[in-house]
Design a protein around this ligand. Structure first.
Ligand code: GSH
Length: 289
């Protein structure tokens, strides 16, 4: 069991894929002595003045270590790996580290947006549309990042017609193509023999897409990715972190899958067959995807 260096507080939330990355890291490193600070995002606790002092972006997770704040999930995971160096989750060679960072950057950027757009257009859309207009506007107005709010608004207003949904579908297709090729060349993990921060960065995102019941769209004819994903899920950190939506929310996700799953599949097939045509239908160039 890791020796705990004084105080560690984690602000996190249920149904937060970024929080789950940090929980997976804590369990993988056997860090047990941390203070649990749960937040309720749909009750806007992230916008409380006290929390904004810790995280001005009004997002979870946030880690406070000995009174010092660390933000951004992938940075927090990396930081935990540094302060608890045993069983490192980072490769030793500089080139492998650079490769690791490229994977994590891609997951923080394209893939995070993709998962978020799918969650908003399939599930959170109905929740937000169920709020009265004034409350929904007030929620959006409190947000801190223009691009993110634009994306969320588009997914809520236009659902499957939002260009962000097509971009999400394209991002998953591109990632899965790359992943299958890398596993074939290097495997069994993305960086070869070592389970690393890359698996931790990706796992909660995969799980969200699995909870939305659309993961099989991308898993067909990708046996190495299927095996990799099964191994990720079998690992104790994944189980202990309880990655994925809780049983109280699963029905909502299943209903969303019934409603939108076939449209996501149609978009994916269209994108694979003719990305330019499909991009044009959403008024975006292939280059943007
Ligand atoms: N880049 C940030 C993203 C954090 C993020 O988007 N967190 C979501 C939950 S997964 C959040 O706090 N959402 C609250 C909101 O948007 O109001 C990270 O990786 O920590």
């Amino acid at each position: 069991m890791a020796h705990v260096k004084k105080s560690l507080e984690l602000y996190h939330a249920a149904e937060s894929i970024c929080s789950e990355r940090v929980l997976m890291t804590l369990y993988e490193k056997h860090i047990v002595d941390w203070v649990d600070c749960p937040m309720l995002l749909f009750e806007d606790e992230q916008f409380a003045r006290k929390y904004l002092k810790l995280n001005p972006k009004a997002q979870v997770p946030t880690l406070v270590h000995n009174g010092r704040v660390v933000r951004e999930s992938s940075i927090i995971c990396n930081y935990l790996d540094d302060i608890f160096p045993q069983n490192s989750l980072k490769p030793a060679s500089p080139h492998s580290r650079a490769n690791m960072q490229e994977w994590i950057k891609g997951s923080d950027e394209e893939l995070y947006q993709a998962v978020s757009s799918l969650s908003f257009s399939m599930v959170f859309r109905d929740r937000l549309n169920g709020m009265d207009r004034v409350a929904r506007e007030a929620h959006f107005m409190k947000q801190t990042e223009i691009d993110r709010t634009h994306r969320q608004r588009s997914c809520v207003a236009d659902g499957m017609g939002s260009p962000y949904v097509l971009r999400a579908v394209a991002a998953w297709e591109n990632l899965l193509q790359k992943l299958e090729a890398v596993l074939e060349k290097d495997g069994p993990w993305i960086l070869g023999d070592q389970y690393s921060l890359v698996e931790i960065a990706l796992a909660p995102f995969f799980m969200r897409v699995q909870d939305l019941q659309i993961l099989p769209i991308w898993m067909q004819e990708r046996p190495l990715t299927v095996e990799w994903w099964n191994e990720v899920k079998r690992r104790s950190n994944f189980i202990m972190a309880q990655v994925g939506v809780g049983p109280d929310k699963l029905l909502e996700y299943e209903l969303a899958a019934d409603k939108y799953g076939s449209e996501i599949k149609r978009l994916r097939d269209w994108y694979v067959e003719d990305p330019i045509d499909c991009g044009r239908a959403f008024k975006i160039d292939k280059g943007v995807l």
